[in-house]
Ligand binder design. Structure first.
Ligand code: AMP
Ligand code: MG
Length: 487
């Protein structure tokens, strides 16, 4: 375990030089204080969790002091936002402070979000508000605990610094960790600004640091693209299986590592709704829940376009063609497990699709349905879940097929079934209304609720005595919260 001043830096991205990022110092926020920290994320840096309480911790991650070996940089990138190309984005309010090298031999980017203005701030103030910082923190750590790849969050630091959004709020900073902050938009930037040499340098850097296994392939760039396709197909399958809506799947928010990245007005589904749009400025529903699947492919095509100087169009096209079948296979596998099925049968896809169709328009809590389905033997469980469905006949027909399907797996072992299903079906999920309650308290100066919610969500599959309130269905007001897109 290390103290705060014992971190080892190795700033590989900064060493790429000024073509790729700009040196900018963090602009501190007033009266920095710890809102919440993640012990698990601290362990990734070998940090002793106790140091979060040290006032130096809030000063470091509130932008007041820096390690001598940190090299804060704002990265340049571009990207497609809601389908249109924006030629210049970049870190407008976040800084890559440096890369910490841990005892397991891993590098972790330390990215401080809300660190002030940079050359890429455009019209923005370079700040992040407490509300959105808490949401990013909770989501990163909750997704990780659900085994959904995500950037991580070390801490949120609150402050007295006023910022204006729809109303006056307080600035905060969130310290994000990821093995890399390179986005699809990095490749797009150097492609569209016609800098093939820089793009080559970026690609070779990414290959060496993050896709070293591809260097042994006859065509390393193609192998890397293939892996990016595979990872994204798997990631989006997990989002769909667990009801996660990202909300802003612009190519500048897509990680080349296939991790969930850059959180905005995201939401987990409460009642199942395939057409759910969590981002209320997304009037056309480009990033609706079910559209996440084709948009994943659209984004990969945008990346493919940017890679045309290095990979033949034919090979890119063929590789893109892997996305949907891979997605389908992962999704099917996850959903089978959520239904407690241990082997594959031909009709499984239809069984899953028919279930979701029956959920649509009913008021079925997506998370609790699967959890309850595993509580009891199949026949008893479906009888108990039936009342939530509007089309009772439709559900009964499905339930009969499901029970028959379960029985074909062999003689039932109720305990094994419950254990197997509970291990993949969370009881606790980051519901918007739970996040909102924690934010309301934090804005009033009480951080206990954020901390408690974070703690509960680190063990989403394990029933935690006394935490029943976190496992309940949302109250009616909590189902229709409009999450502000400003952040
Ligand atoms: P996002 O929607 O958070 O992914 O941000 C899109 C782009 O806008 C990125 O280049 C951000 O750095 C930039 N941006 C967002 N909010 C701000 C802000 N308050 N100040 C400066 N830049 C911002
Ligand atoms: Mg972004």
């Amino acid at each position: 375990m290390k103290a705060l001043d014992e971190l080892t830096f190795d700033n590989r991205f900064a060493r790429l030089g000024d073509t790729f990022s700009t040196h900018v110092l963090p602009d501190p926020i007033d009266a920095p204080r710890l809102v919440v920290a993640s012990e698990a994320a601290m362990r990734l840096l070998d940090l002793d969790p106790a140091v979060a309480e040290d006032p130096v911790f809030a000063k470091l991650f509130g932008g007041h002091t820096l390690w001598a070996d940190a090299e804060p940089r704002a990265m340049v990138y571009s990207g497609h936002q809601f389908g249109s190309y924006n030629p210049r984005l970049g870190d407008g309010r976040g800084l890559l402070l440096g890369e910490v090298y841990n005892s397991a031999g891993e590098h972790w980017d330390l990215h401080l979000k809300g660190a002030g203005m940079t050359p890429y701030s455009r019209m923005g103030d370079g700040r992040a508000v407490l509300r959105s910082s808490i949401r990013e923190f909770l989501a990163s750590e909750a997704l990780h605990s659900l085994d959904i790849p995500s950037s991580r969050a070390l801490c949120v630091i609150g402050s007295d610094t006023p910022v204006w959004r729809e109303q006056q709020e307080r600035a905060a900073m969130v310290l994000r960790l990821a093995p890399s902050h390179v986005r699809f938009g990095h490749f797009e930037y150097f492609y569209y600004t016609k800098q093939p040499e820089a793009q080559k340098q970026l690609g070779e850097y990414v290959l060496a640091q993050h896709f070293a296994q591809c260097l042994e392939q006859p065509e390393p760039w193609l192998a890397m693209f293939r892996e990016i396709v595979e990872r994204n197909a798997e990631l989006i399958a997990k989002w769909q299986a667990y009801g996660f809506c990202h909300g802003v799947m612009n190519t500048d928010n897509m990680s080349i590592l296939g991790i969930t990245f850059d959180f905005g007005p995201f939401a987990f589904l409460d009642d199942f709704d395939a057409h759910f749009i969590c981002n209320h400025s997304d009037q056309e529903g480009r990033y609706s829940f079910s559209n996440q699947v084709p948009i994943g492919q659209w984004n990969l095509s945008a990346l493919a376009q940017a890679l045309t100087p290095f990979i033949t169009v034919e090979a890119l096209r063929e590789t893109l063609g892997l996305y949907l079948p891979l997605y389908q296979a992962h999704y099917l596998d996850l959903m089978r497990r959520r239904l407690g099925l241990t082997r594959a049968e031909g009709g499984d896809q239809a069984l899953i699709e028919d279930l979701l169709q029956r959920m649509q328009g009913s008021a079925v809590d997506y998370t609790l349905f699967f959890r309850r389905l595993g509580d009891q033997p199949a026949e008893l469980a479906v009888a108990r879940l039936r009342d939530d469905f509007i089309d009772l006949k439709g559900f009964d027909e499905w339930a009969e097929r499901y029970v028959a399907r379960v029985n074909r797996e062999g003689p039932p072992d109720d305990n094994a079934r419950r254990e197997r299903m509970h291990a993949v079906n969370p009881l606790y999920i980051l519901r918007n209304y739970l996040a909102q309650k924690a934010i309301d308290a934090a804005q009033a100066g009480d951080y206990s609720e954020v901390r408690q919610l974070h703690r509960v969500l680190t063990r989403p599959f394990t029933e935690q005595p006394g935490m029943e309130a976190y496992a309940e269905r949302p109250p009616e007001w909590g189902k229709h919260l409009e999450i502000s897109c400003s952040s």
